[in-house]
Design a protein around this ligand. Structure first.
Ligand code: AHR
Length: 532
């Protein structure tokens, strides 16, 4: 989170959100209510003249690079109802024998999450992991000063890593650089990864996990630059401190991959990179955006891209200076829309944003950025997974999929491993030449056997015809289209009305090396084309 965002967050923290109803819903019901009246159709046609057409030119020889599947990552934090009541709800009839919500697990599997970050976030900077292991009835109930709530320590390291095993996702742990010591961090590595006959590895065995967990990804603190962070410090102190943490942690397991905290401040990033660049494999960047205004929200996606490009440039500059050959990649390990629901409602700290279709199109645009910048982005974690600024919401009876669930799911499921360098031409939002109506990414697989086009029409009212030209690939004449859309940009899915936005699957014909495809107003279309 940037400092500017933080100020905005403080200002808005008493914002309200729509209340949730109580009904349980089945997953992935067909979407209803998109039908437009003839009058609306005429309006769209008229507006379309203002939007113009768009052009996409692809050449299968022009490949950007390989997409790391870790960009389809997520994040859970001990905060509000994310872990307790979302992930973990012992005693609920919807939970399994170990206490994990089965409906949430099913939705996470279908979402296609690849890597999961935990325990925070801000929570990480005060979290003593040793309090969260061993017999549950002996674990202390503590006050979490980051989010001002009780932490019962019932969900700890073993529960998190078991969750990752059940979901078949890669765990990513963030160490406490606020109240924690470097010895605590090294002990945590030992607990998770060591095979030695030593105290913390033996504790793990005693707690029922004989084999090491083999946690590969470790974050060196969270948002250490921010005044809101427990134990925040300046860049110089952070870099020196994190270097010591890294050395001790690698002294236990030299194979771990480390993520250093970066920001969107040149001064912070350069200072950190100059010292930590040699030891870090990744540098983190957090971005939260959002607006009630469509043009501004889409422009925010552009700023997100610029922040990533700025960090990419700084990494290149500093790493070239220090002659480091191994890549230092960006981990955008918190990203989302977050501006409506803030810390407190009554005595709870919920951050329970209700997302609309506009936010889903922003999410698709963010995923397009990760594809287009695949050479420098090695991981991205949507913040967060359930209930707290999340693509799915639970209550005691069930679960609802928010609008932002669907783009993530489609990208994770249908994108190829290789990003293509797509030339795109489109009209832009008035006065915002940097923010085109159409935002796209194109991917293929290593064998060039399919093409996936993610076409985001962010125009509020106009259907946009897109001319698609492809060199080096002959598609089959018919393909599959997955469309995320809804009755309006403000449409949301709630327990009371869960199916306003969803995915409509259809086949389309007419695909060729040069063809035209029309994208409805405010839609994401993911087109999957097989090689002829
Ligand atoms: O995701 C919510 C919070 O946003 C995280 O705890 C923190 O890292 C960021 O400021």
């Amino acid at each position: 989170m940037t400092i500017e965002n933080r100020a905005r967050r403080d200002f808005l923290k008493h914002g309200v959100m729509a209340a949730l109803g109580a009904a349980a819903i089945p997953l992935l019901e067909p979407v209803s209510g998109w039908t437009q009246t003839p009058g609306e159709e005429a309006e769209r046609q008229a507006a379309a003249q203002g939007a113009g057409g768009a052009l996409v030119r692809l050449d299968f020889d022009r490949r950007i690079g390989t997409i790391d599947k870790k960009i389809y990552g997520s994040f859970i934090e001990q905060l509000g109802r994310c872990v307790y009541g979302g992930v973990y709800d012992p005693g609920s009839p919807l939970s399994d024998a170990e206490g994990y919500r089965k409906d949430v697990m099913q939705a996470v599997r279908e979402l296609g999450v690849t890597v999961l970050r935990w325990p925070g976030g801000n929570f990480a900077s005060g979290y003593i992991w040793k309090n969260g292991i061993g017999p549950k009835n002996e674990r202390p109930r503590l006050w979490d000063t980051a989010w001002q709530e009780v932490e019962p320590n019932q969900f700890g390291t073993d529960e998190f890593l078991r969750y990752c095993e059940k979901l078949n996702v890669e765990p990513y742990l963030t160490v406490n650089m606020g109240t924690g010591t470097m010895q605590d961090a090294a002990d945590w590595v030992e607990y998770c990864n060591a095979t030695t006959d030593t105290k913390w590895a033996n504790e793990r065995r005693k707690n029922g996990h004989a084999a090491p967990y083999g946690v590969k990804y470790w974050g060196l603190g969270n948002e250490v630059y921010g005044s809101w962070q427990i134990g925040h410090m300046d860049a110089k102190d952070y870099a020196a401190n994190a270097e010591n943490f890294a050395e001790l942690m690698r002294g236990v397991d030299p194979t771990i991959k480390l993520v250093a905290v970066c920001d969107t401040s040149v001064k912070w990033d350069v200072t950190v990179l100059e010292r930590l660049g040699r030891v870090a494999d990744y540098v983190s960047l957090h971005h939260y955006g959002g607006s009630l205004d469509t043009a501004k929200e889409m422009q925010d996606a552009y700023f997100f891209q610029r922040q990533l490009e700025a960090l990419e440039g700084l990494v290149t500059a500093v790493m070239t200076n220090v002659r480091k050959k191994e890549p230092v990649l960006i981990a955008a390990d918190e990203w989302n829309i977050w501006f409506r629901s803030w810390y407190k409602r009554g005595d709870r700290h919920e951050l329970e944003e209700i997302y609309n279709l506009r936010d889903a199109l922003w999410t698709a645009s963010a995923l397009n950025i990760f594809h287009r910048m695949c050479r420098s982005i090695g991981m991205a974690n949507e913040a967060q997974l359930v209930n707290v600024i999340a693509p799915m919401m639970t209550n005691k009876d069930g679960l609802v999929l928010q609008t932002t669930y669907f783009p993530f799911q489609l990208y994770a499921k249908h994108s190829g491993d290789v990003a293509l360098d797509a030339y795109t031409r489109s009209e832009s939002f008035p006065g915002m030449p940097e923010t085109p109506y159409m935002d796209i990414s194109a991917t293929t697989d290593a064998a060039n056997s399919k093409l996936t086009l993610a076409l985001v029409n962010r125009h509020p009212t106009a259907e946009i015809p897109v001319e698609i030209e492809i060199a080096g690939f002959q598609p089959r004449e018919s393909g599959v289209s997955y469309e995320v859309n809804g009755p309006s940009l403000d449409a949301t899915n709630t327990f009371a009305s869960p199916h306003n936005v969803g995915v409509r699957q259809s086949t389309f014909s007419g695909a060729a090396r040069k063809f035209r495809h029309s994208c409805p107003a405010h839609s994401l279309r993911v087109l999957v084309l097989e090689k002829a």
